[in-house]
Design a protein around this ligand. Structure first.
Ligand code: MYR
Length: 131
């Protein structure tokens, strides 16, 4: 289900979420139009994700339930994992700088992937279309 290339189509409350994350105004404005695209290849419990945006291109591998390290596009370093629960990927990532937790989910319905984000009481979503 997650397999394929997904291009961000629209955001819901993403700027407020980034503000809660401490991202400054200029970066928030840029990040709201980052043209993020992810290509996901799932093999059982393992995932290979290629991320491309206005900011960077990177590839990561992770396995359901296994902790890994990741740097957000603004440089914030986090450590955590994605866990596959049924048809939903549930992520929990702890910031290295302040110990606070960002939670996120990914689900696919038809040709749309929805990623939700929560940080310190603020929720946001990004919707991606298959491309
Ligand atoms: C991946 O599966 O794409 C890599 C792991 C993602 C971990 C956390 C994703 C949260 C991104 C939040 C962006 C916030 C910008 C301030």
């Amino acid at each position: 289900t997650f397999n394929g290339t997904w291009k961000v189509d629209r955001n819901d409350n993403y700027e407020k979420f980034m503000e809660q994350m401490g991202v400054n105004l200029v970066k928030r404005k840029l990040a709201a139009h980052d043209n993020l695209q992810i290509t996901v290849q799932q093999t059982g419990d393992s995932f290979h994700v290629k991320e491309t945006s206005a900011f960077r291109t990177l590839e990561i591998d992770f396995t359901s339930g296994v902790t890994f390290e990741y740097s957000l596009a603004d440089g914030t370093e986090v450590k955590g994992s994605w866990t596959l629960e049924g048809e939903t990927l549930k992520g929990s990532f702890t910031r290295k700088d302040n110990g606070k937790v960002l939670t996120t989910t990914r689900t696919v319905q038809g040709d749309e992937l929805t990623q939700s984000y929560n940080y310190e009481g603020v929720d946001a979503k990004r919707f991606y279309k298959r491309s």
